[in-house]
Ligand binder design. Structure first.
Ligand SMILES: [Zn+2]
Length: 251
């Protein structure tokens, strides 16, 4: 039984891709919103499927659009029963689509909401690790570092703060030897798996649209790194998913 902690089914054929994923043994999915316009759709997909939960928030690319009115709507949706996390949100200094100060202010607003609702936060972090460590350290929230790409030392810092580390298809890429070394070292009870559908399709599907069925490839990669059977990795990452999001995945 596999779980996909991060799939943008708002950008995919949700019904068809969920059907293929279930046929392949996947049984729990979190669909994050990225802005105001896709948040209601993320919630609707969760409400229509027993094995899907949603998150709502502003991706750092769209942080500049997160004004008071927009955030009030995110705050309203975040309280829905099947919305189990706040996000995706965070910092992205690679693209810098929103100014750094705006990204930090909007992200801190999401962290504050997550703490008030006692729900985890789904964090995007790209080329912003120094600020990310500082912001998460002072916030006191808990959650998930999604599509993790930093080293094991940084991961341990996040784990010590109460975060889970989620690996996407990037960990299967030929060039990602450093990331595999990180994944090899982390405590197994703090690791999640995800696809980040429709992006980042794992080997051997690179170049195709990603979909939740392909999360098995991430689990297989971890099984090889950890020297554990695939079904044990599936059970471990599913237990971690249930603990991180406080949900119950039924096989
Ligand atoms: Zn994402």
């Amino acid at each position: 039984m596999f779980t996909d902690s991060h799939c943008h089914l708002t950008m995919a054929d949700a019904a068809a891709t969920l059907a293929r994923a279930r046929a392949g043994g996947a049984a729990g999915f979190v669909v994050p919103g990225t802005k105001l316009s896709d948040a209601p759709q993320a919630v609707a997909i969760a409400n229509a499927n027993d094995d899907v939960w949603a998150a709502v928030g502003f991706h750092p690319h769209d942080a500049k659009d997160c004004d008071d009115r927009a955030f009030a709507e995110i705050e309203r949706l975040a309280q829905e029963q099947r919305v189990v996390a706040v996000g995706e949100c965070g910092l992205d200094y690679h693209y810098m689509h929103s100014p750094r100060e705006t990204q930090i202010a909007v992200f801190e607003r999401h962290l504050d909401l997550a703490k008030r609702l006692d729900k985890p936060i789904i964090v995007h972090n790209r080329e912003s690790t120094d600020d990310m460590v500082a912001v998460l350290t002072r916030s006191g929230a808990r959650g998930i570092l999604h599509s993790y790409t930093e080293n094991a030392g940084v991961a341990r810092t996040f784990i010590d703060l109460g975060y889970y580390i989620s690996f996407s298809g990037i960990v299967t890429f030929r060039s990602a030897e450093a990331l595999r070394e990180c994944a090899r070292q982390l405590p197994h009870d703090r690791v999640l798996i995800e696809t980040d559908t429709p992006y980042l399709a794992p080997v051997p599907y690179r170049g195709k649209d990603n979909e939740p069925a392909f999360v098995v490839k991430v689990a297989e990669l971890l099984a090889g790194l950890w020297g554990r059977p695939l079904d044990e990795v599936a059970a471990q990452t599913t237990a971690n998913f249930e603990r991180a999001f406080r949900v119950n995945v039924k096989g």
